[in-house]
Ligand binder design. Structure first.
Ligand SMILES: NC(=O)c1ccc[n+]([C@@H]2O[C@H](COP(=O)([O-])OP(=O)(O)OC[C@H]3O[C@@H](n4cnc5c(N)ncnc54)[C@H](OP(=O)(O)O)[C@@H]3O)[C@@H](O)[C@H]2O)c1
Length: 312
């Protein structure tokens, strides 16, 4: 099969489009014919990309852990999926990924692809929507009538966070550069702050939840805008400071998104019901993965970049 291999640790220049052995599903595994996968730009910097769960080096890893495709074969013991099923998933980061014609996934990672999306659209969903879901609902129990403040709201994760918060009945304040404001307003944000010209800490106060997708100074200035007893969730390294959190009486959360079939099924139902949808910043063929990473690393996108594979 054709695949993208990482030839050593580094940036997009280490990505090579070449032949790779087709994987075979072992016991409890599923072989998926990949139709599309999306770009997770920071993946090239993670330790998990270059070592196994046991800490051993991985040779020429295949990146890409968002997948939309069709079940090609199920391994022994798999009873919940059948050949021909249309599926999508976030797969574990320490195994070979989906920038390939075939990939291995586990039954508890795979959900039915939303019927209203094609594979290219569906591939933009799993990592970003699961990150938003887990931040808002699992870690912060966001509810109707509460106020959430989302930093980096127009990006891959942000577009799902805004739509999920609107679906939950929350009030949404967002930061983004000016060119995204009309878009975010249409998605459901009521107050949008241009971080390039305004200081959000002078305009926002007493929110129930900050969801930080930016880190650095943005995270540092965010403590004071959360009400006492509120929550600050960040998914950007380094982790929030416990001392700062204590000083502001805010509960800090930092987490890494986890594959979750049930949550993805729920997200798919919301997509098919028209409550939320993915946004594509661009689509590339698998052979141009390097160019897609270069664009993703330049940032400032609206939604996700997707790689189309085969006839996906
Ligand atoms: N821990 C985890 O499990 C996990 C999971 C997913 C993502 N992440 C991390 O979360 C971050 C966001 O991911 P993503 O996929 O949404 O990235 P992305 O698509 O690149 O979006 C980031 C957005 O932030 C905006 N931005 C840049 N600087 C900003 C600032 N100072 N203030 C406000 N907005 C700013 C950019 O839009 P403008 O055009 O408005 O500048 C961009 O749309 C990344 O660092 C990623 O690695 C972590």
């Amino acid at each position: 099969m054709k695949a993208i291999h990482l030839h050593g640790r580094g940036g997009p220049d280490r990505l090579v489009y070449e032949d790779a052995p087709q994987p075979h599903p072992g016991s409890g595994e599923v072989l998926v014919r990949v139709h599309a996968t999306s770009i997770i730009a920071t993946e090239l910097t993670w330790d998990e990309t270059y070592q196994t769960a046991a800490g051993n080096p991985r040779s020429r890893p295949i990146p890409g852990h968002d997948v939309s495709g069709i079940v090609e074969e199920v391994g022994p013991g798999v009873t919940t999926l059948a050949r021909g099923s249309e599926v999508y998933a976030l797969t574990a980061f320490d195994r070979d990924g989906a920038e390939a014609e075939y990939t291995i996934a586990l039954p508890n990672e795979l959900a039915s692809k939303p019927r209203s999306l094609d594979h290219v659209q569906a591939a933009a969903v799993p990592l970003s929507a699961l990150t938003a879901w887990q931040a808002l609902f699992e870690h912060a129990s966001l509810g109707a009538g509460q106020t959430v403040f989302i930093h980096g709201a127009a990006g891959g994760v942000g577009v799902f966070a805004v739509q999920l918060a609107r679906w939950a009945g929350a009030h949404i304040i967002a930061t983004a550069s000016a060119r995204h404001h009309e878009f975010l307003h249409e998605l459901g944000a009521t107050q949008i702050i241009d971080y390039t010209t305004q200081r959000f800490e002078e305009l926002v106060q007493h929110v129930d939840l900050v969801f930080d997708l930016v880190g650095g100074d943005t995270l540092k200035q965010s403590w004071k805008v959360v009400k006492p007893g509120g929550v600050l969730v960040s998914v950007v390294s380094p982790r929030p400071s416990f001392e700062e959190a204590k000083a502001h009486d805010v509960r800090p959360v930092w987490f890494v998104v986890e594959p979750n079939r049930e949550q993805l099924t729920h997200i798919g139902a919301l997509i098919d019901a028209g409550h939320i949808r993915p946004f594509l910043a661009g689509v590339f063929p698998l052979s141009q993965a390097r160019q897609a990473y270069e664009q993703a690393l330049r940032g400032h996108m609206q939604g996700k970049l997707v790689l189309r594979i085969g006839d996906g």
